[in-house]
Design a protein around this ligand. Structure first.
Ligand SMILES: Cc1cc2nc3c(=O)[nH]c(=O)nc-3n(C[C@H](O)[C@H](O)[C@H](O)COP(=O)(O)O)c2cc1C
Length: 291
């Protein structure tokens, strides 16, 4: 059964909840801005991403309040002083980031309320968060206001002018995903953490051209043992195994006495999930001979 929703037929807060629970996890832009009097503001926004590396452009969206249609201080500030520091949020600062989202009065400095360190920027006026693993000093190139109704977004286009990286998150001069422990915003009050078992790798099909799931033999595509993820990985091979490769695998002591297709598929799945794609595919092709 599928529930189908027309976005204009439901109240805005309900729509907001569906959108934010489904489009997740979202990275968090911890934005530092100043107003024309020089008052500092720091607030998190998860309507955020990087959209280009040449030029380096990030976009985030402080929306109009769904309750009273008011504008976020961050939105007002970047129109007064078109600069922002986008600080990246990781697990060690997630609670302080959340605290800074409190609706304090205009002019209140959330660095102070959240107990975070203000470090002077080099190219822009707003300071950066000393505790952030990475901070991007940006100029604001454009503000796109989508509508003037409650909940409507305001896209802030920010061009990266300078990048600060805490060196403890580098390995061989590259940002190390296993050290960063980044957090993402989910629906409601849920967050996700990018560490330990939640991290996994998939070989990038950049320089390779996989044969595709459609090119796998039918018995493999229709296997009751293999999952969609298994098929996706198998479809990433550039060619089917040769007869010699299949015969070699068939000779292996764990395989040679097996004569049931489902048993062979189970072994192939284990071999595949251990990272040996071509070998797994050879076992699956060998299994074609049996019922
Ligand atoms: C993790 C997180 C993500 C948020 N993302 C957004 C967002 O994308 N857009 C938005 O308008 N408010 C977002 N909020 C709420 C704002 O941070 C909150 O309204 C804040 O008070 C705005 O501050 P300002 O008025 O000082 O700019 C988010 C809050 C949290 C905790």
């Amino acid at each position: 059964m599928t529930k189908t929703i027309d976005p204009i037929a439901i109240p805005q807060p309900e729509l907001h909840a569906y959108l934010l629970s489904a489009v997740a996890p979202r990275p968090i832009c911890f934005a530092s801005t100043i107003d024309k009097e020089g008052n500092v503001n720091l607030s998190p926004f998860s309507f955020f991403n990087v959209f280009s590396s040449n030029p380096p452009i990030m976009i985030f969206s402080p929306a109009r309040s769904g309750r009273d249609n008011s504008l976020k201080h961050t939105h007002i500030n970047v129109k007064e002083v078109p600069e922002v520091v986008i600080n990246i949020v990781n697990y060690p600062i997630v609670e302080q980031m959340s605290l800074s989202s409190t609706a304090y009065d205009k002019g209140v400095n959330e660095f102070v309320k959240a107990g975070l360190t203000q470090v002077a920027s080099e190219k822009v006026k707003p300071p950066r968060v000393g505790e952030a693993p990475v901070a991007f000093e940006c100029s604001v190139t454009e503000v796109i206001e989508l509508a003037d109704t409650p909940g409507s977004g305001n896209l802030i286009l920010a061009k990266v002018e300078l990048i600060h990286i805490n060196e403890k998150y580098l390995t061989d001069d590259k940002l190390d995903t296993t050290k960063l422990d980044l957090v993402g915003r989910m629906g409601g009050s849920w967050y996700t953490r990018s560490s330990g078992d939640s991290l996994f790798e998939i070989p990038k099909p950049i320089r390779t051209k996989g044969i595709g799931v459609d090119a796998l033999p039918e018995n493999i595509r229709n296997s009751s043992v293999l999952t969609g993820n298994n098929l996706g990985r198998l479809g990433n091979v550039e060619e089917l195994p040769t007869l010699t490769e299949i015969e070699k695998v068939a000779d292996h002591e764990d395989i040679k006495d097996l004569t049931k297709k489902s048993e062979l598929h189970k072994i192939a799945k284990e071999v595949l999930e251990a990272g040996h794609t071509k070998q797994a595919l050879s076992i699956l092709m060998h299994a074609e001979k049996f019922n």
